[in-house]
Design a protein around this ligand. Structure first.
Ligand code: C5P
Length: 238
């Protein structure tokens, strides 16, 4: 999933997903299946997307006691997806348990899915973090703290905003994957996101993968929107 443009399939059901993917018959995509779709369609949606040759980031953001996360991950490993995630706020032991579950559920000879930690959601503002989560300091401090915890627990990377990519790579490791949502074309609508960047900015600061939802899924011509975002992300002038 390194250097991927991951399209967030934030749709309510399989029919809408099928309609959307019809625009991309000849493209091999990386897509994100999140709670909305997975809670409605479960493994059926995963099989459908896989049959069409796309890579999957299964974004269920697990956060529970270590044993529950371990057993859930054991099941998810059998779905043959490329990447899954947990909330880093669940703690080191929970993240280690997630890896144990993935290892035990991955069939021999197959690669276990990458596992990344969610730091602070890109919809979270600093004020909200300070007042509602009762975490003092800056968002960047909190994201770096969670990134370090995630790295030390042995996970492959984090979900973070583009604003923290350079400090994570600088202070933790260049090899530690940064997956960044909150991507908007210049002048595009922010919606509920607070910490946003353009695909060009994401490339320049060294994001390892970008997650793009509404800028592509709500576009009048999703294929063209995808081509434009991909060109900007890859640094190709159209
Ligand atoms: O439509 P938009 O581009 O804002 O979609 C971003 C996607 O990335 C959504 O599916 C959202 O759940 C996800 N995400 C996020 N911030 C995080 C983690 C995941 O926006 N920190």
């Amino acid at each position: 999933m390194k250097k991927s443009l991951i399209i967030a399939l934030d749709f309510p059901d399989l029919d809408e997903t099928k309609r959307f993917l019809k625009h991309f018959q000849s493209e091999k995509l990386a897509v994100k299946v999140g709670m909305e779709l997975f809670y409605q369609n479960g493994p059926t949606i995963i099989s459908y997307v896989k049959e069409h040759g796309h890579d999957i980031f299964l974004d269920l953001k697990l956060h529970d006691i270590p044993n529950t996360v371990k057993m859930a991950m054991r099941g998810l490993a059998t779905l043959n997806v490329e990447m899954v995630n947990v909330h880093a706020a669940g703690g080191s032991r929970m993240m280690e348990a997630a890896l144990e579950g993935l290892d035990s559920g991955t069939a021999s000879g197959k690669k276990r899915p990458l596992c990344i930690g969610v730091t602070q959601l890109t919809s979270t503002s600093q004020k909200q973090m300070n007042l509602e989560q009762n975490i003092p300091g800056t968002l960047e401090d909190s994201v770096l703290h969670y990134a370090k915890l995630t790295h030390d627990a042995g996970l492959d990377g984090v979900v973070c905003s583009t604003h923290e990519v350079m400090s994570i790579h600088g202070r933790i490791s260049d090899q530690f994957m940064t997956v960044t949502p909150g991507i908007r074309n210049a002048g595009g609508q922010m919606h509920d996101q607070h910490r946003i960047a353009t695909p060009e900015q994401a490339r320049i600061i060294g994001s390892d993968a970008i997650v793009v939802g509404r800028s592509i899924t709500s576009a009048k011509d999703p294929l063209q929107a995808y081509i434009d975002v991909k060109a900007a992300w890859e640094g190709i002038r159209c």
